[in-house]
Design a protein around this ligand. Structure first.
Ligand code: GDP
Ligand code: MG
Length: 229
């Protein structure tokens, strides 16, 4: 019995330390104390599906026909949801997805995952459902992270090869949210990120809240097995 108590205490204190480190990081940044939670969101999917374009649309409401040229690690956006201030870090790839060489650190600690496919590309849909879902399942470190499946490029309706109901079925099978949108025409891009962020806020224990006697566990617990989404 005592060992169990000791183990719990030890776990609690290590989580408290982890939180202190993150708070310290937050305090040293120039917007210290400007947010309640730091949230990590990832974009995954085949090259060319429009991940960087969705990010540009979400962050700066812009779109470049050639596609954004520079790959970045992540972009920041502050949002306020019903009085809770979130600092979103949305991680994009710099093209490494072409070689399926995203490192495990890309996936680590993600609270939210966006699976993107192109509604005009069956291959990108199959890869989102199989390859990318499995990658997230394998490398994601937060068991109850929130996922959304996004079918992008609906402005190219004439060239569509993936039916909406197939996207819905994928999302349903793995417990993900689902939306179709267009980074080009900006239809439903904001809604997609809104849905995801609300899901993250609503997920029990996903964002660490400090409580009187320590820290709520859960957010940084290792994956406890189970399905991906
Ligand atoms: P990534 O490789 O997944 O980051 O994809 P990019 O964002 O670089 O986009 C690849 C290409 O698709 C670029 O030429 C974009 O302009 C184009 N693109 C992205 N989103 C859309 C969209 O919603 N509709 C259309 N028609 N083209 C898009
Ligand atoms: Mg890109």
């Amino acid at each position: 019995m005592r060992e169990v108590e000791d183990a719990r205490r030890c776990l609690r204190s290590s989580h408290r330390d982890a939180t202190r480190t993150r708070d310290a990081d937050a305090m040293t940044s120039d917007d210290a104390r400007a947010y309640d939670h730091l949230v990590k969101i990832l974009l995954v999917g085949d090259s060319g599906v429009g991940k960087s374009s969705l990010l540009a649309r979400f962050i700066s409401d812009s779109f470049d026909e050639q596609g954004p040229t520079v790959g970045v690690d992540f972009k920041l956006k502050h949002v306020d949801v019903d009085g809770t201030r979130l600092k979103l870090t949305v991680w994009d790839t710099a093209g490494q997805e072409r070689f399926r060489t995203l490192t495990s650190s890309y996936y680590r600690g993600a609270h939210g995952v966006v699976f993107v496919y192109d509604v005009t590309s069956r291959e990108s849909f199959e890869n989102a459902r199989e390859t990318w879902r499995k990658e997230v399942e394998m490398y994601g470190t937060i068991a109850n992270s929130v996922k959304i499946v996004i079918g992008n490029k609906i402005d190219r309706e004439d060239e569509r090869t993936v039916a909406r109901k197939e996207g819905v079925a994928f999302a349903k099978e793995y417990g993900c949210l689902f939306l179709e949108c267009s980074a080009k025409t900006k239809v439903r891009v904001a809604e997609a990120f809104d849905e995801l962020v609300k899901g993250i806020l609503d997920a029990p224990g996903l964002l660490v809240d400090e409580v009187d006697d320590g820290v709520k566990l859960g957010a940084y617990a290792d994956r406890a097995g189970g399905g991906c989404c």
